[in-house]
Design a protein around this ligand. Sequence first.
Ligand SMILES: [Zn+2]
Length: 526
Amino acid sequence: MSPRVDIYDVTLRDGAQGPGIKFSAEDQIRIVRKLDAFGVHYIEGGQPGSNPKAADLFSRIRDLRLQQAKITAFGSTRHPKSAIEDDPNIKALIEAGTEVVTIFAKTSPRHVTGVLRTSLDHNLQIIDESVAYLRSQGRRVFVDAEHFFDGYAEDSSYALSALECAATAGAEVLILCDTNGGRLPHEIEAATRAVRARLPEVDIGIHAHNDSGCAVANTLAAVSAGAVQVQGTINGYGERTGNANLSTIVPNLQLKMGIPVVSPEQLARVTHLSHLVAELANMAPRDSDPYVGRDSFTHKAGMHADAVRKSKVTYEHIDPTLVGNWTRITVSEMSGRASLLHKASELGVELDGDNAETRRILAHVKELENQGYEFEGADASLELLMRRVKGEHRSFFKLDGFHVTVIQQPSAPSAVSVATILLTLPDGTTKHTVAEGNGPVDALNSALRKALEHTYPELRDVHLEDYKVRIIDAKSATRAKTRVLLGSSDLENSWSTVGVSENILSASYEALVDSIEFKLLRTRGH
Ligand SMILES: [Zn+2]
């Protein structure tokens, strides 16, 4: 078995190409931090040559102090017609300033002649020059062999010589890509073994897409054939049917194949990581996902559940706590306790295992979850909830009412939003403010700030970074509800809050108030 496997995350590039997925600059930073804490070895920051947003990300990432993850820049081999020093893509890769760059190269003759429109020999020369040049600029170079498995089936000798050419020029890892995602495990395993035999000195990686439903299986097949780098995305996000799902692969490598990829503590974060990335991607977490899904260790009450309670090994393939998940027995008040306690200690809230207070909090959380709240991505709201139940919370203001008007005149280019808010401060003073905004939520936020900033000047440091809305079908209600997830930050911290209501403004107001109260609790105590 392989002595080690490195994880190379492509959530920010391949994952962001998934239908309906868009990460804000703030989301990207949050994901980078979480991936680093999870123990990922490489994080692909994106393609600096493709747009200014990607280039900007690299400069922001440079200031992050990551524990172990290395950020990589992604691009292609030089253009067939440009000189290497003048190639804009190669230049952008170097300007990104990363220690590692990953370039994709063509290894399938059909793609070389049909898409790149150059000769097979010229393609080899392009690969050689691109790798050698990046090496000469002091970069470690990984080469993604695009459409490798299709190319190998078409002309194995050419596909292998393209790899050999990259290795000879100094590539450190050759990543075999199933770009169209149509290959099956036995094909992946055979081709990977052939590469291993031909190029025993260089590291091999695997990058699988899921079009045949085998991306995870294909990845594991490549690892058993000698691949030591695994590329994939959290939750398998990616275009079409997605990429290899790291949330499944990492537990499989570690718990089933005995390859230590991350520490046991880090592995126990995979469920949280999966849900957080889902929340930021504005996707509902998939309950049936292996290891991390809400239902992966759920048992229906009755004999089966009773057996699970007596001896977990009878009905569960692993101990769910190893991946930060837990056994749920439906219709049992036990569900969720372990995670709540875990979360509480993470947030610095003291909670006992089994007392009336913990049970009250648990019941409250469950009730809110039924109404459509989701706390995985809203730590600050969860902390406030716990503190409110524990009596460790004071009120900094009381809402007496708000009113928002949106005026759209036929001739005006955009609507004008105005919010009015009335509230009472603890000393009894009432505040009545009016503010305009860039949309109704912004107007409401401005009116609220205007009312509070005089008394609580530290709120001037708080910025809203992110605002996400999802329409949810709450299980206990017949009417659709809106969930708002709000990201805030000040000079040192960032935090997230949640609000749920049938009305988008009420949901937003709730998330705004939690954000403000969280900040005030931090600066003024309870
Ligand atoms: Zn891909």
